[in-house]
Design a protein around this ligand. Sequence first.
Ligand code: NIG
Ligand code: FE
Length: 394
Amino acid sequence: MSSTVISNIATLVTNDPSLGDASPLGPVHDAAVVIEGDRIVWTGASSKAPATDNRVDAEGGAVLPGFVDSHSHLVFAGDRTEEFNARMSGRPYSAGGIRTTVAATRAATDAQLEANLTRLLTEALRQGTTTFETKSGYGLTTEDESRALRLAARHTDEVTFLGAHIVAPEYADDPAGYVALVTGEMLDACAPHARWIDVFCEKGAFDGDQARAILTAGRAKGLHPRVHANQLSYGPGVQLAVELDAASADHCTHLTDADVDALAHSRTVATLLPGAEFSTRAAWPDARRLLDAGVTVALSTDCNPGSSFTSSVPFCIALAVRDMGMTPDEAVWSATAGGARALRRDDIGRVAPGAYADLLLLDAPSHVQLAYRPGVPLVRTVWQKGRKIEQRWV
Ligand code: NIG
Ligand code: FE
């Protein structure tokens, strides 16, 4: 197995608080990292780096863990440019727009869905995402949901069954019948292809009782819960997520003090998705309030054709810093270690011996520039499980 040292790193973000200045990012200056195969085997001062087969000169750039995008919806066809355009002229966002994508997705071939998924993954990887979770939810029949999961599972282990995205159009007059389908035949067909089960718990989608029934049924089949919670309005989603020990309550835009308190006393991560508020011109989730209460916060893209058509974690970091009260350090932690927590993983989201060699090299000496220089393609090189993806143009 060949070894590579990345040396001459101005700032290495390790997410190991025992290193550096004892802040959660564990920053090490003038640092080096050694990769062997798909793992990190050594970190430390550049001057003390051991001899290796290959050498990469970081030329004074910052290195950080690859982004962990713990919430996306990438198996779909078509887009909703017109819906976005109308929204920017004042029309509100509603859960119902999902039906447009369901129709396009059902009509698409496997090859078309695969091509769209691959295009979005490449786009995300170029911007530094080395791990991503993705969901079904634009099929809403047993066959279309299991097809989406099978396609997703070719690209990631973090696959989520979201048959309960909205009630399928065929069941518009019989939501109980749709919940029976999702918890019965559809779940049986989908569970073998997924790790997680999710529900859109919201007015116009599924209420608290329906969501509990669906998540509990999923758990009985070995899937672990995560919840779209409190996105468009106050509601029971966050409390339900905590009650069921969900790995994550996602969105968390409308929270009562009791919701914040419940999250703070749980293992459930609050995953904030500022691309959704950006693209729907909605009020931002209050990250500062959650952090001050002691809640673990993750940042993710929610990449989907309706409410957040961005695959860019750096863009979400910039929004979170500018508009949600996060410091650049907090936002970078949430997009790396926070995402790993939201997926209950400790082999990603940090730079330490034993972790996967998922790394980013920036064309900037500090991770702070991800927020300071918004919209600028700062990610120069990405390593995904030790595989180097170079994207230097000059
Ligand atoms: O996370 N909230 C539910 N699902 C997506 C929106 C999907 C869509 O509009 O197509 C979200 O924002
Ligand atoms: Fe979502």
